[in-house]
Design a protein around this ligand. Structure first.
Ligand SMILES: [Fe+2]
Ligand SMILES: [Fe+2]
Length: 173
């Protein structure tokens, strides 16, 4: 594998592990703040991010490339509100998407077909992840305080939010 692309993939691992760690922290904070549906959604997202990291690791290992696991910083322990938390999730996903797009450009530059095929999966996955975060944020903005927030929490608890995949994270497997 081209050295630039290999460095890029190893750098990208940081973002997936960081997202997993932050989403786990969010899940804990949400559970402590009586939003079990939101907490469940974030726990699932945290697990998905580890699967994403593993996909890159498997790809590098299969191609006999050196994997460098990153250090992961301690995540925040609290957020201003569920809305602020969801805004942070969306920003996180947008940063991951930007990194995937950069990797894609590197893979094209190197004419690396296996990497392009791998990254195509991630292009679709990021589109779904951003759409899900945007859908939840949109519903919070429409009616996400008091009873409205409890309704959204219920939708997340039962995987029944309009505009979301039937099983959040199903595409991440
Ligand atoms: Fe991810
Ligand atoms: Fe994600």
């Amino acid at each position: 594998m081209n050295a630039t692309l290999l460095t890029g993939m190893n750098e990208h691992l940081k973002l997936e592990f960081k997202a997993s760690h932050e989403y786990r922290a969010m899940s804990v904070w949400l559970a402590a703040n009586d939003l079990p549906g939101f907490s469940k959604w974030m726990a699932q997202q945290s697990a998905d991010e580890l699967l994403h990291a593993q996909k890159f690791i498997d790809h590098m290992v299969e191609r006999d490339q050196a994997v460098q696991l990153p250090a992961v910083a301690q995540p925040p322990a609290s957020w201003e509100s569920a809305e602020a938390l969801c805004r942070h999730v969306l920003e996180n996903e947008q940063a991951v998407t930007a990194s995937i797009n950069e990797l894609y450009a590197m893979a094209e530059q190197a004419k690396d077909r296996p990497a392009i095929v791998l990254l195509q999966w991630f292009v679709n996955e990021q589109m779904e992840e951003e759409a899900a975060a945007r859908a939840i944020l949109g519903r919070i903005r429409l009616g996400g305080s008091g009873v409205g927030l409890l309704m959204i929490d219920q939708e997340l608890a039962t995987n029944s939010m309009p505009g979301m995949p039937a099983e959040p994270g199903a595409a991440g497997a």
